[in-house]
Design a protein around this ligand. Structure first.
Ligand code: SAH
Length: 240
């Protein structure tokens, strides 16, 4: 237990965060959005109180960064609503020692939260332009335990498997098999699954015998997970 806790404090102190004018907005976000809806894990609340979410969106959106909404981050993608970030993170049941795979790096905000809560974070983004910008941002915060790679996350990261936890922050029509296969026994996968406009957030726990147990955590709406084991890319979206 002590080791796990010291893992947390080590991560927290390595994050380079300056004081800023949004401290009160972050506290309000906890008090009005996260705590009343049941987020309890102290490390999740601490991470979200510490990380300057506004820096993960364009400056024109800073004043909206702590509101109860997803926001655009370019390339038709979004940074998830704060509550959804907190809920998904808490659902992973992290204790500080885990190897985590994240699919859909996007703005990097969820990655930064995970960096404070896990030993190492492997994050995959499909769009190179987004990944390049986010890598720079995360380097600026000194999140050395986050590695961002550009590829199709529906296939996971076989070279680094197995993972203790996998989080997918884009909606998929099915649960990609590759992700279940890359969970270690006892590992948890949290993923939105369903139609384009409306998904169920699932938590799949891999059993010691290789079987899997699925729980429905609630409803949600994410942008599409596009890849071999997700949605097909539409022809007009294709870039050469
Ligand atoms: N956690 C991010 C969410 C970004 S939106 C945040 O809060 O900012 C979802 C992201 O998933 C987008 O950046 C999108 O490009 C990415 N994505 C979609 N399909 C993907 C795939 N197959 N592999 C990796 N990333 C994918």
């Amino acid at each position: 237990m002590e080791d796990k806790m010291s893992g947390f404090s080590m991560r927290q102190s390595s994050l380079k965060v300056k004081r800023d004018i949004y401290e009160r907005s972050r506290q309000n976000m906890l008090d009005s959005q996260l705590i009343p809806r049941g987020i309890k894990q102290p490390e999740v609340l601490h991470a979200m109180l510490t990380i300057p979410r506004h820096l993960f969106v364009d400056e024109a959106l800073w004043s909206q960064a702590y509101t109860d909404h997803a926001l655009p981050i370019g390339e038709k993608q979004t940074i998830s609503q704060p509550y959804m970030v907190a809920f998904m993170t808490e659902s992973l049941g992290l204790t500080g020692s885990e190897k985590v795979l994240e699919i859909g790096t996007g703005s990097g905000y969820q990655s930064a939260v995970l960096s404070m809560m896990a030993h190492k974070v492997y994050s995959i983004e499909r769009i190179g332009k987004i990944a390049a910008k986010t890598r720079k941002l995360l380097d600026g915060f000194m999140c050395p335990n986050v590695i961002v790679r550009v590829s199709d996350g529906t296939l996971g990261w076989p070279d680094e498997a197995p993972f203790d936890a996998i989080i997918v922050t884009a909606g998929s029509p099915v649960v990609p098999n590759a992700l279940i296969e890359q969970l270690r026994p006892g590992g948890r996968l949290v993923i939105p699954v369903g139609q384009e406009e409306d998904q169920k957030l699932l938590r799949i726990t891999r059993g010691e015998d290789g079987g899997a147990d699925t729980e429905v955590l609630g409803g949600c709406k994410f942008v599409k997970l596009i890849g071999k084991q997700g949605w097909q890319q539409e022809a007009r979206e294709r870039v050469s």
